[in-house]
Write a protein that binds this ligand. Structure first.
Ligand code: PHE
Length: 342
């Protein structure tokens, strides 16, 4: 019994000395002294070892010990719970943390700008699937099976069905619009496209395009030139010059590539234009009569032009970005530099 009494005295001393701070410590205290496996319970358990004539006295000491431990717990708890304590710890007059607003991705900004220029010319936006069948991506566009020009665009095919692929250009949307048979057609097709290319500063396995299509009676190459000239002047400024170089696409005849005068050196020659003074920005041409016929459009009555450009390439020129990979790395230090006014 002597032994138990000195133990209780030591515990009381410990309780006395316990610093009342923090709710985590309070919980530790509760578990140690008042929990179901705690010290108070354990001391009550000692009762059975105490001789019968001393049980009464020991019981009174135990009860007093229990009340002592509980009182400490209650006063501790009351000292920091409740609203008063909050106002002590937090300065409510402090300004809030600033909330960082996100910014639009540069590709989205430039895409929207391209679309808005063509909207002003009466073009509307058409979209289509990224997983496409062979017909809409290739065959209808005058690229039958085994056509060597299919190698111009390295294609991802789907394992489930060899007829399915990830579209290599948004021309698939043009086919889908032509097949609807509602003429005239004046559309731009923005979207993501995929090509099986090794990732580098200048190439990626996916990128974004805006393609355009205008089909009506009497559409000529002059309309194509004037439309694209207006477009680049709106996008890059009045001083930009253009030139067309003959090219080849299976779905257009004649076909051309359009260059603009280099914006960085004003045509004097620099490493962006490889000292030529010109940079290529898009492919274009008059829609091949076979493509019109493939989509059940009378090629004797209707003509049209089409063009296609990579949004990444234009964004790189506009903002002097030298690595294509930056667009898909999601580094906020890069992304934050673009605002809607750019
Ligand atoms: N579809 C072509 C490409 O992705 C671009 C293009 C479109 C060229 C329309 C001419 C006419 O490379």
């Amino acid at each position: 019994m002597e032994n138990l009494l000195s133990q209780i005295a030591a515990y009381k001393q410990e309780i006395e000395n316990t610093q009342a701070n923090g709710s985590a410590n309070l919980e530790e205290y509760r578990i140690r002294f008042l929990g179901t496996k705690g010290i108070v319970k354990a001391m009550f358990g000692e009762m059975k070892n105490v001789p019968a004539e001393q049980k009464k006295e020991f019981g009174a000491i135990l009860n007093e010990f229990k009340q002592f431990a509980e009182a400490k717990y209650e006063s501790w708890k009351a000292s920091f719970s409740g609203p008063d304590e909050l106002t002590n710890e937090i300065d409510l007059t402090l300004p809030g943390d600033p909330m960082n607003l996100g910014s639009r991705h540069p590709i989205s900004l430039v895409r929207n700008e391209i679309i808005s220029i063509f909207r002003r010319l009466g073009f509307s936006v058409a979209e289509g699937p990224e997983v496409e069948d062979d017909w809409h991506n290739f065959t209808a566009l005058n690229l039958p099976e085994n056509h060597p020009a299919r190698d111009m665009q390295d294609t991802f095919y789907l394992n489930q069905n060899p007829d399915w692929l990830l579209r290599t250009h948004t021309s698939n949307v043009q086919v889908r619009e032509m097949e609807k048979g509602k003429l005239p057609i004046r559309i731009v097709c923005p979207g993501r496209v995929y090509r099986n290319e090794t990732i580098s500063a200048r190439a990626h396995c996916f990128f974004h395009q805006v393609e355009g299509l205008y089909i009506d009676e009497h559409v000529s190459f002059a309309d194509l030139k004037q439309t694209l000239y207006f477009f680049v002047q709106e996008l890059f400024g009045r001083d930009v010059k253009i030139r067309f170089r003959p090219s080849y696409f299976p779905f257009t005849e004649p076909s051309a590539e359009m260059d603009i005068s280099c914006l960085l050196c004003n045509g004097k020659g620099c490493n962006v234009c490889k000292n030529t003074g010109w940079v290529e920005i898009l492919g274009c041409g008059m829609v091949h009569p076979q493509v019109l016929e493939n989509c059940s459009i009378d090629s004797n009555k209707f003509t049209g032009f089409a063009f296609g450009m990579g949004i990444e390439r234009i964004t790189m020129l506009k903002h002097q970005i030298n690595d294509l990979r930056l667009f898909s790395e999601n580094d906020v230090r890069f992304l934050q530099q673009f605002t809607a006014s750019l």
